[in-house]
Design a protein around this ligand. Sequence first.
Ligand code: ZN
Length: 184
Amino acid sequence: MLAAAEPTDILVQAGHQGRPASCAPHHVKACNVGTGAGGAREQEWTVAVADRTARVLRDHGYTVIRRPADYDEHDVARAAVFLHFDGAKQCASGASVGFPSTTSRAFVHAWEARYRAWFPFRFVGENFTKNEHEYYGFRKVDAPNKMLIEFGEMTCPAQLRWMKPRLAAMGDELAAFLMSQVAR
Ligand SMILES: [Zn+2]
């Protein structure tokens, strides 16, 4: 290797991927395997969207680190996204985002504007749970912009039906957003 490598462009984590098997080796006590409904599991949906996002970004020449729920590495990237779907009292929730205070509001609001224009259900808020604001994944990467995305509520049948055939399209939306924010 010559000089220190440039930071990777984008880190994409698929929420809950690899759990519960990854919890014990990583000493994860609260082994949250995610939500699910109607035979669909969050940890499969997050993988579908994350893989699609990574593929589109790489097709456009971006470098990508693709992470599961639990891993040893500490990363450096220009932006980092952590993908989830929500579970709630039926239809009490919708899409949302979480982010640390270091993330720029412009980055968050650009995603919200883009996703609200496409997702035909409620956007329930920003950092609306402590878990979203203090997500453990945020501590595992140095990046100027880090954001947890809840794409919608799986436990709401109408949202589930709408989202199920659109996981690839979600990846396309997220990749397009990231490319609009991180210039190459
Ligand atoms: Zn989740």
